[in-house]
Design a protein around this ligand. Sequence first.
Ligand SMILES: [Zn+2]
Length: 498
Amino acid sequence: MEETIRKFKEHLAKMEAYSHAFGVLNYDSETVMPKGGSEHLGMTYAVLSEEMYKLTTSPDLKAWVKEILAHRDQVDYITRREAEELFEDMERMEKIPMAEYVEYQVVQNAASNAWHTAKVTNDFALFAPHLEKLVGYARKFAGYWNGEKAPYDVLLDTYEKGLTMATLDEFFALLRKELLPVVEAVVQKGPVVDDSFLRARFPLPKQRKLSDRLMAVLTIDRDHCNIGEVEHPFTTNFSKDDVRITTHYHERSFASSMYSVIHEGGHALYELNVGDDIKYSPLGGGASMSIHESQSRFYENIIGRSEAFLTYILPDIQKLGPKALKDVTPHDFYLAVNKSEPSLIRTEADELTYSFHVMIRYELEKQLIGGTLAVKDLPAAWNRLYKEYLGVDVPNDTQGVLQDSHWSGGSFGYFPSYALGSAYGAQMLKVMERDLPVWELVAKGDLKPIVAWLTERIYQYGRLLKPNELILKACEAPFDPRYYVDYLKDKYTRVYGL
Ligand SMILES: [Zn+2]
């Protein structure tokens, strides 16, 4: 058994190295690679993904995993969980023929390039054939993985174990019922503050300094986390030693980057605080997209858009920022960054309307994967739902169906994570407030105890525990979306004096 475990761990280290290399290439292509490099990169991806495929489906690995699982009571918990996770990945990978898997990587790479161009040039037709292929692959792969379930349910399960359309339909129905009336009331009421100071010219070098300050408040160790600049911010992690967040600076919208940094910083805190015993293991990352989003959105919105936090950070912003910010009061700043307005862009949406952006994507991809919506009809369907739920007219596809990168990467079933994550965060807050003087700490800019609380209940476990187990640890109860609804109703009632 000892020899088996040794070989198994050696193999895992090799897989980790490939995934590290893959990740660095991917990060490089998103941040600094010149556009012309994409064909060569596609060839490299094809070679690497073939090797990854072989490593993941290696008969030796399978034999070791099976042996470990057959003696699961005799092995340590980490090894057992590694074997369990691997077994699932292997089964999934094996069901896809290798040629198709390699082909898919190339298709994905081409789709991502086409999407970039299509978004810039507002040309959905350029992206449509690529998207059709990706939808085709997603449906086909879902069929390979589990031919008995609806393909979209199979895909949802790959992002969040056990998540189904039935759960999400109920979740979004509750949000529609409880929150759409609040959205309407807010629209009726209109603006409660002049927020033009948010559009004052804030030079980029000063915004970079603000990012550094925010990272420090978040307690992020810069020796293990840096900030890249991209069009669409994201976070990449190679291990807890090397996490990279990204942001996008707009001279006349400093809050946009400010909240990107806090959001991505939340993802980073999760990765940076995984337990040392699993840091180079396949278990050394976040448990699921939803749990990840529960953290990024917790810091971005619950903490970052609270009056306590804004009162604390405003003097620093005033020191770095333009004159227009000099006389702004913390309360006005709080009202301004919590302004709610039905809008076009998900990543810029306020907390109240945010989930409806997600719901629209959920409805659309459910239909795309379910085969009831053709790719060519997607822009019209998108625009119709934006009108129906948010009351906005979509002027072009760049600000509409082409705005997000997810579908261009073949990620169908990912979007619901954003709304679920937000809801998890609100539930965690309730328990945290019982244990910690959360708002006193935030008002002092002392986030350490909050990070420690989350590390104890979530971060340290990486993927050792499953999402529902982590929710139980953090919330001491199963998921309940009522907390989220109550949190939003309470917050916007106060902000808008409803
Ligand atoms: Zn995120």
